[in-house]
Write a protein that binds this ligand. Structure first.
Ligand SMILES: [Zn+2]
Length: 371
């Protein structure tokens, strides 16, 4: 709380309230009493530090622990140490057993766990919009955003209209982001984890996938293309009317890997106003994975797409092999120090920390029908 108040104190002072400096004059009794001026919302006073991808719900359910468990990579204590105050809690349905009931059932179990933590812990709350985040960061400490990793997680096995209605229900429950695929192609899109021969969409979006992107746009849900094939990524990017994100992907241009993004994908996401979350998993970061190598990916994303495309999606608690020096969320400030050392401006770093995602998310929500 001390830190928060200090940050509030550092916020730019609002322009001087003119009325307050005049001597109070009582209006004549006959004059209509003016309604008070509408309150202008204050700019976010608390710096926003977003992690766009953590698999913590899966770990919490597997190990039957809470978000305050000290052994998590992105639990409360680690986030507090590293400064993360907005975290995407990922609902991940494994591929097997490959039945709609198993997939949607697992999403429901993980959802229920995060909801229980929201009720149990005074410091956290599920946020459904950027304005929710602003309020939660002032009132509490950490805002949780909910995402599903792979649209198989919304596949009830029904016709597409019913599946999309289910998606709308999940949003009402608190979902803010939807990933198109995990490591295998599904009824919506081709995955980077599948050879093209196994991909019913010919590596891109299917008709159902196009309907999903359109529906997400209408609902104001963020579309996430991490794990999607390059073709899916470009098709979703071009089709979407709102910014899209790659929540936890690095750059092919630094380390070629099916999970990393091509220059075309980086350019498209940037032009659309979206963001790309730097992933800390060593096999994606590349040879000698450490803080400097992650910063190489940041430099590269900036070179291709501009500083405004860069964000962070650690993949913590996803059984990753973390890059050296980035073992858990408490270590994230080492990355900010490295970017500073490389000449990134404070404004650019604040963008990577969270301002870039908040910009993109705001545009997605404004484009939808939901307030
Ligand atoms: Zn993933």
């Amino acid at each position: 709380m001390i830190l928060l108040l200090a940050l509030l104190a550092c916020a730019p002072a609002p322009s001087a309230p003119v009325a307050a400096s005049r001597p109070p004059v009582a209006p004549p009794e006959s004059a209509p009493v003016e309604a008070p001026a509408p309150r202008i919302p204050a700019p976010p006073a608390v710096p926003v530090h977003v992690d766009l991808h953590t698999d913590t719900p899966t770990q919490m359910v597997r190990r039957n622990v809470g978000l305050d468990d000290p052994k998590l990579e992105s639990g409360l204590s680690q986030m507090r140490k590293g400064g993360t105050n907005v975290v995407v809690e990922v609902l991940w349905p494994p591929k097997d057993p490959a039945t709609p009931k198993a997939w949607t059932g697992q999403v429901d179990r993980l959802f229920t766990k995060v909801e229980a933590e929201d009720r149990r812990l005074a410091d956290v709350e599920v946020a459904r919009s950027p304005s929710d985040v602003t309020r939660i960061l002032i009132e509490k400490h950490i805002a949780l955003l909910l995402s599903i990793e792979g649209a198989h997680g919304i596949d009830t096995g029904e016709p597409i209209a019913a599946v999309l209605a289910h998606l709308a229900d999940l949003q009402k429950r608190g979902l803010s982001l939807i990933g198109l695929t995990w490591t295998f192609s599904n009824r919506f899109a081709g995955s980077s984890g599948d050879p093209p021969a196994n991909n019913p969409a010919g590596t891109g979006l299917t008709d159902d996938g196009r309907a999903l992107v359109d529906k997400a746009n209408r609902l104001g849900l963020v579309v996430d293309v991490s794990h999607a094939s390059d073709t899916t990524t470009l098709e979703a990017c071009n089709r979407s009317k709102a910014p899209i994100i790659a929540s936890h992907s690095d750059a092919d241009g630094v380390h070629p890997h099916a999970r990393n993004l091509s220059d075309d994908a980086i350019r498209c996401i940037a032009q659309k106003g979206g963001v790309i979350g730097l992933n800390f998993h060593a096999p994606f970061v590349g040879h000698g994975a450490d803080v400097a190598k992650v910063a190489d990916h940041a430099d590269y994303l900036k070179k291709i797409g501009g500083a405004g495309v860069v964000a962070l999606g650690s993949d913590f608690d996803g059984l990753i092999v973390p890059a050296a020096g980035l073992a858990d969320a408490g270590d994230i400030p080492a990355l900010w120090a490295e970017l500073k050392r490389r000449g990134w401006t404070d404004e650019e770093i604040a963008g990577v920390q969270g301002a870039n995602f908040m910009r993109a998310w705001g545009a997605v929500v404004r484009g939808g029908t939901r307030p």
